[in-house]
Design a protein around this ligand. Structure first.
Ligand SMILES: CC(C)=CCC/C(C)=C/CC/C(C)=C/CC/C(C)=C/[C@@H]1[C@@H](COP(=O)(O)OP(=O)(O)O)[C@]1(C)CC/C=C(\C)CC/C=C(\C)CCC=C(C)C
Ligand SMILES: Nc1ncnc2c1ncn2[C@@H]1O[C@H](COP(=O)(O)OP(=O)(O)OP(=O)(O)O)[C@@H](O)[C@H]1O
Ligand SMILES: [Mn+2]
Length: 272
């Protein structure tokens, strides 16, 4: 039975949290849309807790008194409890339980996703591209895999496409948010690539370094293009409406990278 109150709340959350996904999700058939929407509610909640934000927005009303490590530990415990049938109170975990009650999927992916937030909590830096890709797999590749399972995908190659689309989205997100992320102490760009341009994790943000930063970000966007292309290979094997929803999110999100390339070193003067 679709619980209206959770559904109404989840629709509000995705509208506030992501223009990109709230438009594309409408194209899924109603049952898959419901499951993906429930997943978004859990994902957004976890990301907001770790980022100390509300729906992807910085908020002056959120106090910074609880340690990030503790918040992550609580997220893991509550997610575990939701998976084993505890009676949950918060909408994000009720939403997660809605999915689990109607569609079994490898729940270990939820914890692999949270492992990505642990890298944020530990203020991890990324020396090589491979390390950056490892982060992208955890925070976004896992979400792609879960969505693929919710669509009914079983085939390994198609699951890999879903994982690759998540990685492509995250590489785009890293490129768009590179300046904002600096101000919350995060740099996902490979430090080797910054060093090649004479930059480091403290000075890449300076106005006089924007042209050099743009060269590094262009390399990230080139890698994202590889993942965008490889994510399309098996799309034709999906139900039509799922293909439509995914191709729409693919185009909308990839457009952010196209805008960054267009505006070059001025790309971060406003949010693409
Ligand atoms: C229509 C559609 C695909 C909807 C996706 C709904 C959904 C469950 C999205 C999760 C979003 C989320 C909040 C994840 C938490 C971690 C995080 C923030 C990941 C980054 C998302 C960006 O969100 P946003 O742009 O709002 O970022 P800000 O917080 O505002 O900075 C990510 C960039 C990655 C999200 C990853 C995906 C949506 C997975 C994509 C893969 C598929 C849809 C699989 C397709 C299947 C095949 C077979 C190709
Ligand atoms: N760095 C930021 N600059 C401006 N708005 C931001 C930022 N981070 C989050 N937001 C907020 O996130 C919400 C959605 O922002 P916006 O529509 O610009 O991007 P989005 O919907 O998150 O798109 P995407 O799906 O690409 O992330 C808005 O309420 C916006 O204020
Ligand atoms: Mn957003």
């Amino acid at each position: 039975m679709i619980d209206d109150s959770i559904l109404k709340l989840a629709n509000k959350i995705i509208k506030a949290g992501s223009k990109s996904f709230s438009s594309a999700i409408k194209l899924f058939d109603p049952v898959i849309r419901y499951k993906v929407l429930m997943l978004y509610a859990w994902c957004r909640y976890c990301d907001d807790v770790i980022d100390n934000q509300i729906c992807g927005n910085r908020s002056k009303f959120l106090k910074k008194n609880v340690s990030m490590k503790h918040k992550l530990k609580i997220l893991r415990i509550k997610t575990k409890r939701a998976c084993i049938g505890f009676k949950m109170k918060e909408p994000a975990f009720l939403a997660l339980q809605k999915i689990i009650s109607i569609h079994s999927f490898p729940v270990h992916l939820l914890f692999e996703h949270l492992d990505g937030f642990e890298m944020d909590v530990m203020e991890r830096t990324y020396i090589t591209l491979d390390e950056t890709l490892g982060y992208c797999y955890h925070v976004a590749g896992t979400i792609g895999l879960i969505i693929a399972h919710l669509i009914g995908v079983k085939e390994k190659d198609t699951l890999n496409c879903a994982r690759n689309l998540g990685i492509a989205f995250q590489l785009t997100n890293i490129s768009r948010d590179v300046i904002d992320d600096f101000y919350v102490g995060r740099c996902y760009l490979p430090l080797d690539w910054l060093r090649n341009e004479g930059l480091n994790k403290s000075n890449f943000v300076l106005a006089e370094n924007r042209k050099k930063l743009f060269k590094v970000v262009t390399r990230i966007l080139d890698v994202a293009e590889f993942y965008y292309s490889s994510s399309l290979v098996k799309l034709n094997t999906l139900p039509l409406r799922s293909t439509l929803a995914i191709v729409t999110s693919w185009s909308i999100y990839r457009e952010i990278g196209i805008k960054i390339r267009k505006y070059k070193h001025k790309a971060w003067n406003k949010r693409q």
